[in-house]
Design a protein. Structure first.
Length: 216
């Protein structure tokens, strides 16, 4: 008789992520992950306590390449932009898992390192701790919300085309939808970050951001 297969957190997380990529979060079950690993569902319970732990392993897998390393000599706004792009790039590789990135942010080393770096940059911007909380949560909402919107409502998608045809009853929607068809997602994301940075800089006591272009 063959010996029971030995599993690792890495192999379980990889299998779970494959399930999510293929069928979305609704497909993520103990049974589905066990089948992907070619083991019995009860065998998997020897390694994880339930779905929540598997979700955390998925997040670790998605964010395994994301860290909080930034050039400390850069101004705070340059660091924020780099970190925002990094989080978006990581989330875009597996968009179906995006909701888990926020839900399990406190359990994944990648998000903790990223969060520490973002908060450090916000502190350097001159924000007090309460303002840092507000800014950090709004940045999270923007970054991960953007990934979901790009997945379900892309700029060049049929939904935007339909909105562009509503000029008679909804002229503002039609005009912006028409403009959106010519935009690139990366440019919209960077411009959104610039708006966010400008809002942070406008708060009392904040340090003004640097001027000039920002290479990707």
């Amino acid at each position: 008789m063959p010996r029971p297969r030995t599993l690792t957190p890495e192999s379980i997380g990889a299998a779970a992520l494959t399930v999510v990529d293929r069928g979305g979060l609704g497909a993520l079950t103990i049974r589905a992950v066990a089948a992907e690993l070619d083991v019995g569902a009860m065998s998997l319970y020897r390694y994880v306590s339930g779905r929540s732990e598997i979700e955390a392993l998925v997040v670790e897998r998605v964010l395994s390449g994301m860290d909080g390393e930034t050039d400390a000599t850069l101004p705070w706004d340059r660091r924020i932009l780099a970190l925002a792009r990094r989080a978006r790039d990581a989330a875009r590789t597996h968009p179906a898992a995006s909701p888990l990135l926020v839900q399990h942010r406190h359990r994944a080393a990648g998000t903790l390192a990223w969060g520490e770096a973002v908060l450090g940059a916000l502190a350097d911007a001159g924000l007090d701790t309460v303002s840092q909380v507000v800014a950090f949560r709004s940045l999270q909402a923007f970054v991960f919300g953007t990934v979901l919107i790009e997945q379900h409502g892309p700029l060049a998608g049929s939904g935007t085309e339909q909105l562009a045809e509503r000029a008679e009853r909804h002229p503002h929607i039609a005009a912006t939808a028409t403009a959106a068809l010519a935009l690139q997602a990366d440019d919209v994301f960077d411009a959104g970050c610039e708006l966010w940075i400008a809002g942070i800089a406008a708060r009392p006591g904040a340090i003004r951001p640097t001027s000039g272009g920002r290479d990707r």
